[in-house]
Design a protein around this ligand. Structure first.
Ligand SMILES: Nc1ncnc2c1ncn2[C@@H]1O[C@H](COP(=O)(O)OP(=O)(O)OP(=O)(O)O)[C@@H](O)[C@H]1O
Length: 614
């Protein structure tokens, strides 16, 4: 027998369980039954694939036994079981992505809300320690020679040893804490209590759950029952079973197709983003069933990556039970089905947007950034995705706007949907690029998600209105009168501008007069098709070197600094003017929150000027 230590994160979670902060302790049984059900699914699948496997799959089931005298409760399945390595890895450690983040959040929260977080994380097996002071697990994997016995009190260590006579599958025995009404700890050796819990949380489990020889769950797949007969609670429990999210789903979507390719789908939108939503190995949430038989998790063929927050089940009638990923990828029906599922999800979000705005906004805040990835990858549905997007804008400090609402507020003569990308709302609002738009009273979308930098470059328009960055290209805001006045100014400044273009040629590709500035002396803008500085930074962070992209320096001809520059130039001043030109460029960079290439030189130039004022 070996005594091993729990990994430190596992230990912290176990402590949480022992000093259980979650008031509904009944849920431990749901976790154990859920694990047993998964183990039975896995064994059945393995037996399809591996014909030589010597296992009995004729009567796959879950048994619950209680012993009031010994105060034990056992959940036993004859499923896939675990090898010794599995037990150490799966039960002794927490390998799930997001654990560290979870524990950090947990520390920050008051205990009253921690239960929500625990739900997000899904502590599964460890929840046994809410009700037991010792847990014994005996398990055997079909190809392993021996079984394994694992035991722990949930403190820092556990013991593990080989056993010769372990039956197929896994049994988990809880040595129950004494029942305690005050601590809301019921007597879990009472059959009536067990029956009630299984009925409430695990009724839909497709495998028989037996207690005292009697089957205590109805085993009806929710998606196969008429929608009118399924209660909200039943949906919520099922959602928890498949998503490991303890929060109720925000929306339930049901679909049914008959004819040459029959299928039923039961999909859920979450009320909170899965913790792994933006992690590299994040999973898609749709499971594939064939005629009520579980086939696979995380089915990429059914849901595109940008909808990875959608959880649920698709049950197809006309596939073979040993269908493989390769077959799925090529199957025309599957592609058709996927298209319909995506359309249905997008239209459900759209109807949330109009009928339950609060819920829609909740969803958007949680998963909007993922949804926007679809603008880059799902061309067929681009318009449908744009319709369900919301953005911050200069129209309101706190409320988001849809594009349709933006368009409805467009001023007479306004042809473009204006936007500006940046690191934060403040950076965007303070940027000199916004000045003329503000003066004209035009609304500007404030796009601060990293993904925004990407999609705005590839999505040309919404509702026939082209998107236009206020920091790129020429922003055409003037009236005819203003235009001719500006042309006159441009002629007046022509020599200065061309001299400055040469003087600053290292840094900018052109110096020109601006129509977007009212109070700042200068700003830098990109050419219409150049990538933005933020995007440039993102590419660099990903290790992609790009050729230096020169931008355009725009001067505000009515600013005293620029006027002064003009005068000095006309008076024949050149040498110190070159420094001033450099200063003006530096100021423009700083004003947009950019970085100077040589800050110490800039400081020296400024100090020099300030000195001369004394
Ligand atoms: N009865 C069982 N038979 C076979 N393997 C099991 C069984 N119970 C647990 N396991 C294995 O141990 C792993 C960890 O279980 P645990 O309940 O802690 O987390 P989980 O089920 O993966 O996630 P969650 O708790 O979020 O559902 C499972 O993923 C599974 O591989």
């Amino acid at each position: 027998m070996e005594t091993l230590e729990f990994q430190s994160e596992a230990r912290q979670l176990l402590q949480l369980m022992i000093h259980s902060i979650y008031s509904n302790k009944d849920t431990f049984l749901r976790e154990l039954v859920s694990n047993a059900s998964d183990a039975l699914d896995k064994l059945r699948l393995e037996s399809f694939r591996d014909k030589d496997m010597k296992v009995d799959v004729d009567d796959l089931h879950i048994v619950i036994e209680t012993d009031p005298a010994e105060r034990t409760l056992t959940v036993r399945d004859n499923g896939i079981g675990m090898t010794r390595e599995d037990v150490v890895r799966l039960i002794g450690t927490i390998a799930k992505s997001g654990t560290a983040e979870f524990l950090r959040q947990l520390k920050e929260q008051q205990s009253s809300t921690s239960s929500d977080l625990i739900g997000q994380f899904g502590i599964g097996f460890y929840s046994s320690f809410m009700v037991a002071d010792k847990v014994t697990l005996v398990t055997k994997y079909p190809h392993a020679e021996k079984g394994v016995r694992w035991e722990s009190t949930g403190e820092s260590t556990y013991t593990i040893e080989d056993v010769d006579d372990a039956p197929q599958g896994t049994s988990v025995t809880l040595h129950l804490k004494p029942a305690d009404d005050e601590d809301r700890l019921p007597d879990y050796t009472e059959p009536a209590k067990i029956r009630e819990i299984v009925k409430r949380y695990s009724d839909f489990i497709t495998w028989p759950v037996r207690l005292g020889g009697e089957e205590i769950n109805s085993r009806k797949a929710l998606w196969a029952r008429p929608a009118s007969e399924v209660t909200e609670e039943e949906y919520a429990e099922f959602y928890r079973h498949i998503s490991h999210d303890w929060n109720a789903p925000l929306e339930t979507i049901r679909m049914q197709a008959e004819g040459t390719f029959e299928y039923q789908a039961l999909l859920f939108l979450p009320s909170q983003a899965p913790l792994d939503l933006f992690m590299r190995d994040s999973k898609r949430g749709v499971q594939l069933y064939v005629k009520r038989v579980f086939i696979m998790d995380d089915c990429a063929e059914l849901m595109p990556e940008y909808l990875r927050f959608v959880k649920g089940v698709v049950d197809a009638a006309d596939l073979s039970l040993n269908v493989s990923r390769e077959i799925l990828q090529q199957d025309r029906h599957i592609q058709l089905m996927r298209r319909r599922l995506v359309k249905k999800v997008l239209s459900s979000i759209k109807s949330l947007m109009s009928s339950r705005t609060e819920d829609y906004l909740k969803l958007w805040r949680e998963v909007g950034a993922a949804l926007k990835e679809g603008l880059l990858s799902d061309f067929d549905n681009r318009d449908a995705i744009l319709e369900i997007c919301s953005f911050a804008s200069t129209h309101s400090e706190s409320e988001l706007t849809s594009l349709a609402d933006y368009v409805s507020r467009m001023k007479e003569g306004q042809e473009h949907i204006y936007y500006m990308t940046g690191d934060s709302r403040t950076a965007v609002e303070n940027s000199p690029h916004m000045e003329a738009l503000r003066a004209k009273g035009y609304e500007v979308l404030i796009l601060t998600d990293p993904i925004d930098e990407m999609w705005v470059d590839s999505v040309p328009s919404f509702d026939g209105k082209p998107f236009q960055s206020v920091a790129k290209g020429q922003v055409d805001l003037e009236t005819e009168e203003e235009k001719s006045a500006n042309e006159a100014k441009a002629a007046e400044f022509a020599d200065l501008l061309s001299w400055m273009s040469t003087s600053l040629a290292e840094d900018v590709k052109e110096v020109r007069l601006s129509t977007r500035l009212t109070t700042s002396p200068a700003c830098v803008v990109g050419d219409a098709h150049d990538i933005t500085p933020t995007l440039e930074k993102m590419y660099k962070a990903m290790g992609q070197e790009l050729p230096k992209i020169k931008r355009i320096l725009e001067l505000n001809p009515s600013h005293p600094l620029v006027e002064g520059l003009h005068k000095a130039f006309a008076a024949g001043e050149r040498e110190s003017l070159a420094d001033t030109a450099e200063l003006v460029y530096g100021l423009a960079l700083l004003a947009e929150g950019g970085e100077l290439a040589d800050p110490s030189r800039f400081v020296k130039l400024v100090a020099d000027r300030v000195q001369r004022t004394f």
